[in-house]
Design a protein around this ligand. Structure first.
Ligand code: ADP
Ligand code: MG
Length: 666
């Protein structure tokens, strides 16, 4: 059915002039590399040109984007331009949601979804062209996709590939894809003026609020998009803004929000709209009506530290490339202004691009996926597998982890367990726990599936602004003294059984939307293992704890004998780690604990989601990992004793010095 187009008439976008060149390029080459400025019309127009030229008949055109919000909103936009209903000619597929039909010719998907598609359909049959869009974001998924797609094209030479990027990394791409053609597209649609500060600002959240207020009071109409680094900063902005009594509509935008809430930013309002976002709005999307962009010029970056086995979250200056993308969110439907909250000199000192995620991530999962596709003959011959080669140190670390989890063997081939878990939509260690939970020795798949679902929720299941005390209260209300993991399980079960009755979620600051997401993940894993009987360990808490050890055995800590409670030491890395104040174990401080995650906060390493542990389980469940453990534990004791003695010495010395000073002053 054709419905009346709502608003759209494709404008005279810069890409128009390149239409013939693009179509000729794709007809005569197997791979096309498009270098184009933001706003030129790549994402919305190229797929439509392909359809006009006769692609997308028997086989579909697939466009892959880094983010869910972009995939959905762009599919909507292209449907509108095309005058068809979303899900008919043009559709989308993202995790947990899809709108496609038999007639669909263009499918917008996320990079994660495309990886899942490839797992089930290794030659991606049914698709004639794959467009990997916004490759410059260089997420782990885009890098994995680049090597998968290249491999698939070798096996299915008729598959056409288009990659689009906003940076000059095209040379790298063109070396990566032999037989490819580069088309560079110049020009953007509307002008964006760039403004800088004369003096650096002390606090960019406060500066952003002041500037937004100035724009609101003094500048012509047009919506405002603010880029900050985290949920906390977004909440701080909204709080500070509320002191100004205005009629503006202020909307937060970050990955922890449900997709429905994220899509609210596209709604038009008669009052001025202010969207306060993390970098989820940095590329791909067009929010119609945005005239002003305020860019903090900072972002939160996750960096994996091999030596300490943890992800560090740092707030760092963005690259000039990101700054250009952010500025490009204005000037999409009319001229705009981008205010950078730094001086021009400081802007010029920013790096041109940022190191790709693959160089600063834990590669365990990536290597497992690569191995499952048999992409490399040998683990150390990865050098031309990825667009940017990874270091041997990174590889060895991941290989060791995979071996200790028994996911690959000495030949680096996937074991039975490795094969079983590779398509789980979960982080590797959690997937191992879930798979093991079906074994006779644990028999707790019901509990473990739920636990894995909750622990997969980014940022946890509490409201973004819940305090540790509030979290603790919720856990205690339904808690389980053995630890947080089981407490969270109980909260989830309660929600699954009686929902938000009595407004329980609000009272205990638990996020309903996050529990709903956990429910979706639960159903997804359940479906994947539908031929297996899900068993509950009923009251056997120990079975669940032991099963957790089977995946997380490397994350064990012993309490330090210090006056400060909640201080532990990881028995593997030997580093000092702290119990999170929201842990139910802050009541008992058991000697041995095992944790799900280690996060660095205020220069302190904090264990999140902690459970009590009997150290004997380590020798039983992970003897290969702890074969030297008795020795290590002895060493640890020795080290603790030494530190204690050192402290006594230091105290003595200080006392003596104080004594001396007193004597001298006499
Ligand atoms: P690119 O991928 O090159 O950055 P897009 O194809 O996403 O560009 O968009 C090109 C232009 O199409 C935008 O700059 C804007 O003018 C218009 N456009 C795209 N999406 C929308 C939308 N949702 N509402 C209004 N205009 C839009
Ligand atoms: Mg785009």
């Amino acid at each position: 059915m054709l419905i009346q187009s709502k608003k759209c008439h494709p404008q005279n976008l810069p890409i128009r002039a390149y239409k013939e060149q693009i179509l000729y390029g794709i007809d005569t080459n197997s791979t096309l590399i498009i270098l184009a400025e933001t706003g030129s019309g790549k994402t919305t127009q190229i797929p439509q040109y392909l359809i006009e030229a006769g692609y997308g008949g028997e086989e579909r055109v697939l466009v892959s984007l880094p983010r869910k919000m972009a995939a959905i909103s762009i599919a909507q936009r292209v449907s509108d331009e095309n005058g068809t209903e979303l899900g008919q000619d043009i559709g989308y597929r993202v995790r947990f949601e899809s709108k496609v039909s038999e007639n669909t010719k263009i499918e917008y998907v996320t990079d994660g979804t495309l990886i899942q598609i490839i797992m089930g359909n290794p030659l991606i049959e049914g698709y004639s062209i794959v467009m990997l869009d916004d490759i410059h974001e260089r997420t782990l998924n885009t890098d994995l996709l680049l090597c998968l797609i290249k491999k698939i094209q070798k096996k299915r030479p008729q598959l056409k590939i288009i990659v689009s990027s906003a940076t000059m990394e095209v040379q790298l791409l063109s070396n990566f894809f032999t037989n490819s053609k580069i088309i560079a597209i110049r020009g953007r649609n509307y002008e964006v003026d760039i403004m800088y500060l004369l003096e650096p600002c002390k606090n960019y959240v406060i500066a952003a609020v002041e500037l937004a207020y100035h724009i609101h009071k003094k500048m012509p109409e047009g919506d405002i998009l603010v880029f900050l680094t985290s949920v906390e900063e977004i909440l701080a902005f909204i709080h500070l803004w509320s002191h100004h009594k205005t009629n503006c509509i202020v909307l937060p935008l970050h990955a922890n929000l449900g997709i429905d809430k994220q899509l609210l930013v596209f709604k038009q309002h008669s009052n001025r709209k202010i969207v306060v976002s993390t970098n989820v709005a940095e590329s791909s999307v067009t929010i119609d009506g945005i005239v002003y962009v305020i860019d903090s010029c900072y972002q939160k970056v996750k960096v994996y530290d091999y030596k300490r086995n943890l992800d560090q979250l740092n707030v760092l200056p963005i690259s000039q490339q990101s700054a250009a993308q952010r500025a490009g969110r204005a000037g999409r439907t009319k001229d705009g202004i981008c205010y950078r909250l730094c001086t021009k000199e400081d802007y010029l000192k920013l790096p041109i691009t940022f190191p790709p995620e693959i160089l600063r991530s834990n590669l365990t999962e990536l290597i497992l996926q690569i191995r499952s596709f048999s992409l490399t003959p040998n683990h150390l011959q990865c050098s031309n597998t990825f667009l940017t080669p990874v270091s041997n140190e990174q590889l060895i670390h991941s290989i060791n982890t995979l071996m200790s989890l028994k996911l690959i063997d000495e030949n680096f081939s996937l074991t039975e367990l490795g094969n079983a878990i590779v398509d789980y939509p979960l982080e590797t260690q959690l997937a191992v726990c879930v798979e093991n939970s079906f074994l006779d020795e644990y028999q707790c798949s019901d509990e473990m599936l739920k636990i894995a679902s909750i622990l997969s929720i980014q940022g946890g299941i509490f409201s973004s602004d819940a305090t540790p005390l509030q979290m603790l209260k919720a856990k205690k209300a339904l808690g389980c003294k053995e630890g947080d993991v089981l407490s969270l399980h109980n909260i989830f079960v309660r929600y699954m059984n009686i929902g938000n009755k009595g407004n329980w979620c609000d009272t205990y600051r638990v996020s309903k939307h996050k529990l709903e997401s956990a429910g979706k993940i639960y159903k997804q894993i359940q479906k994947r293992r539908k031929n297996r009987q899900i068993k509950s360990s009923i009251q056997d808490v120990e079975a669940v704890q032991r099963c957790f050890v089977s995946g997380f055995f490397s994350q064990v800590a012993q309490r330090e004998n210090t006056a400060r409670e909640g201080v532990y030491r990881n028995i593997y890395t030997k580093q000092l780690v702290h119990l999170h104040p929201a842990s139910v174990l802050t009541v008992s401080y058991p000697e041995w604990v095992i944790y799900h995650e280690l996060i660095e906060q205020n220069h302190k390493l904090t264990m999140h989601n902690v459970t009590e542990l009997d150290p004997h389980w380590l020798f039983e469940i992970a003897p290969h990992f702890y074969k030297d453990a008795r020795q290590e534990i002895a060493e640890l004791k020795h080290q603790q004793e030494k530190e204690k003695l050192d402290k006594v010495d230091a105290d003595k010395q200080q006392k003596q010095q104080e004594l001396l000073m007193i004597q001298e002053s006499k």
